[in-house]
Design a protein around this ligand. Structure first.
Ligand SMILES: [Zn+2]
Length: 231
């Protein structure tokens, strides 16, 4: 039986949600999405908490982090707790999570283009947790981006992240195909250009990058999957 998330919000504890369609015709066309795939990607990106405005994917990311650190509360409480002593690197703003994460004194946010995920100007072995959300598909060499995450992690560190995954197909590179952009309809921005469309074999990128394991956390299947990669 398919589990459908109905609350409360793992970020703020909110109980009210709303949903809007975020995909547009040109993106659907280039991504070649089937009807069911349109439905679950719209839910992943457009279903959100009315209180903190995090969508299903960043709610899922939060739930995965809380589970990984055995914390029984919201992400907001986790970030405000004095008992949490973690060095967290956030690569590009992860939805609306940044305002919560920045309350952790070990938190650092780095953003493109000042920081290039394929060549992070960050010391090796310096973070306990690296997070990113729907960033990897915009990096020209995604395996290289992940290997940089691995490099900056301490021993036993974790990289917890999301990418849009179309579960019934294989990963494909968009190199040589017509440019496809995420973000907003009719607003092509270079940092939103898609280099890779991830599919069921996304785990190969994680292991290729050098991580010793790749776990899938199901917040909601197949609309909100979170990847937990361990060093
Ligand atoms: Zn919320």
């Amino acid at each position: 039986m398919t589990y459908q998330f109905s609350g409360p919000c793992p970020v703020c504890g909110g109980f009210e949600f709303t949903e809007n369609a975020v995909l547009w015709d040109d993106l659907i066309d280039k991504w070649q999405l089937a009807v069911d795939e349109i439905r679950y990607i719209n839910r992943q990106q457009g279903f959100h908490c009315k209180q903190c405005h995090n969508n299903l994917r960043t709610m899922g990311l939060s739930a995965a982090i809380l589970r990984e650190y055995s914390y029984y509360g919201t992400l907001k409480q986790f970030c405000e707790s004095s008992s949490i002593d973690l060095r967290i690197l956030e690569i590009n703003t992860a939805g609306n999570l940044t305002k919560f994460l920045m309350k952790l004194h070990g938190h650092k946010l780095v953003e493109y283009p000042e920081f290039d995920m394929m060549n992070l100007d960050i010391e090796s072995d310096s973070y306990d947790l690296v997070i990113h959300s729907d960033t990897l598909e915009h990096v020209p060499m995604s395996d290289r981006g992940l290997s940089e995450c691995l490099r900056v992690l301490r021993r036993d560190g974790k990289c917890i992240f999301t990418v849009p995954i179309i579960v019934d197909r294989m990963t494909r590179s968009r190199v040589g195909l017509a440019p496809s952009y995420h973000g907003q309809s009719g607003v092509p921005a270079n940092d939103q250009l898609v280099y890779c469309e991830f599919g069921a074999d996304f785990w190969k990128s994680v292991l290729n990058a050098g991580f010793i394991s790749c776990e899938i956390y199901r917040f909601e299947y197949p609309s909100a999957l979170v990847i937990i990669a361990k060093k």
